[in-house]
Design a protein around this ligand. Structure first.
Ligand code: MN3
Length: 212
């Protein structure tokens, strides 16, 4: 897939029904094929008439949108963020979750939160405490210290120079068909889907982010 204009819809890395029973097939289908596709389309539309940005990477668009012309800043911020966040969200789920963090992330979680259970509590609290639409994240700094942040809308922690290693979508479109207003049940179940192998790889490779 292109990492610059024109952006393409990244295929789902598993079947649409693979996350059942925790996230239902219809939600995954609409979320990926409709919502994510719309972010891709609207990002391309915003950039269409600005060829000077056609070689910008998704990361650069997410972090440097405020250097762009005023007229497209909001569209780029929201839609580049939407593409970045959703690609990561879908990539960091798997039907074959180990259900527990692996070696280095497990240590980092214990250092910051005392235990896995306290980490789950803290991330759940951030996900439920995000008023309206947004995301809850586990991020790492340059030294490998992890912490939890939440962001509204399609904002990302990249602009705070924090590297995301895990995230959960708490927009209603991520859960409403199955869970209705019960965001807490969706978040509790989402923990069963975390691709801890991919989280571990992101954590171990964080220097590539901080050095670039
Ligand atoms: Mn979403």
């Amino acid at each position: 897939m292109n990492n610059h204009y024109p952006f393409l819809l990244k295929p789902l890395p598993y079947a649409y029904n693979a996350l059942e029973p925790y996230i239902d097939e219809e939600t995954v289908t609409i979320h990926h094929d409709k919502h994510l596709q719309t972010y891709v389309d609207n990002l391309n539309k915003a950039l269409e008439n600005y060829p000077q940005y056609h070689d910008w990477s998704l990361r650069k668009l997410v972090t440097d949108f405020d250097y762009m012309p005023f007229q497209i800043q909001t569209a780029v911020k929201n839609n580049a963020g939407g593409v970045f966040n959703h690609n990561l969200y879908f990539d960091l789920m798997t039907p074959n979750s180990s259900k527990k963090p692996l070696e280095n992330v497990s240590k980092a979680i214990d250092n910051s939160f005392e235990s896995y259970d306290e980490f789950v509590k803290a991330l759940t609290q951030a996900a439920l405490g995000q008023f309206g639409s947004g995301w809850a994240w586990l991020v790492t700094d340059n030294s490998g210290n992890v912490k939890i942040v939440s962001t509204p809308n399609q904002d990302t922690p990249l602009t705070s120079n924090l590297y995301p290693i895990l995230l959960v979508d708490v927009w209603e479109h991520a859960y409403y068909l199955k869970y209705k207003n019960k965001r807490v049940d969706y978040v509790n179940n989402w923990f069963n889907l975390i691709n801890w192998q991919a989280v571990e790889e992101r954590y171990n490779n964080r220097n590539k982010f901080f050095e670039s």
